[in-house]
Design a protein around this ligand. Sequence first.
Ligand code: NAG
Ligand code: NAG
Length: 309
Amino acid sequence: MKNIHIILSLIAIFSRVALSYDFCKDNKDLLTKYNIYKQFGGEDPNRKLSAENDIPTFAYEKTLNDNKIMQSWIVNVCGNEIDSSSNSKIDLSKYSKNSLFYAATKIESADIYTEVINILNTDLNNDNLILNELNDAFTGLNVLIKSQNNNNFNITFQCDNNLKIDEFGKIDKQESFDINLKEQFINWSINLRGPSGCLTNNKDNKPVQPPMHAQSHSFFLYFVIYVLIFTCIYIGATSYLEVKDGGTLQDFEDTFKYKFKELVFAIPAFSKELYNKLMGNSSSRYNPVQYNNNGNGQNTDNRGGYAAV
Ligand SMILES: *[C@@H]1O[C@H](CO)[C@@H](O)[C@H](O)[C@H]1NC(C)=O
Ligand SMILES: *[C@@H]1O[C@H](CO)[C@@H](O)[C@H](O)[C@H]1NC(C)=O
């Protein structure tokens, strides 16, 4: 009888050790295809990671009804120890050692924590954790963790090789209340951008699209401002030269206004031409022969206004 007990407890201890889940070890084959494994210290479980330089953290502060609310997030998928001494923004007072995903919301004035999430390896198993490789819109890795104290997590590591460590992109929270169970469920959707979601064989990565639209928009804005300033100075100078001999200030003003008005109507065509010239668009490039063939350059259909300046 005694022997059976010993054998049973040995089996229990053995199976606990053997079966305990380890996110990085148990998914090593997949995770090592991506930078995520190396990035989070999977190669060396004893490596202490810096909360400032190695792993994504996010601190958020807002004031709601005179209450200051602080939220802290940490992703540490291989559960390595964290050195937070240099990152004072992240509140780690509720962090469980070796937590893989951590979040805490603190109401500063009342000194209470309302939402504390610590997902440990012991919370995970093959049924509640799903890994998905992504390569449609972008290269990345999707981690779904289901049913953690009524929380579901959908964490996406999106490849961005321009970043040195991952950054939080989007945190989305969907609450729902199950009438039958009389319980609240929260679905978290978290997007991280950075090297972790990139394949280690760099060639199959979908390149990150730079924010082209924003760039060309701001370029165009500066371009317009530049053109406006330049032409104002130009009109001012030519108006001055025109009226300077015996002209009054009123004469100058009238000339300036007249030239300016003329110009404003011509700006669209002028800008387009200059833009095309700068961007090397040869099909609509300004052709001096075509426009100057009457000698004075004034009498042209689509650039009359500014040609008169
Ligand atoms: C997880 O999030 C991604 C992107 O935010 C979404 O495309 C996907 O459908 C989500 N998966 C689940 C199971 O909710
Ligand atoms: C939350 O996620 C679960 C499982 O992923 C899904 O069944 C449920 O519809 C989701 N609820 C909301 C409100 O998105």
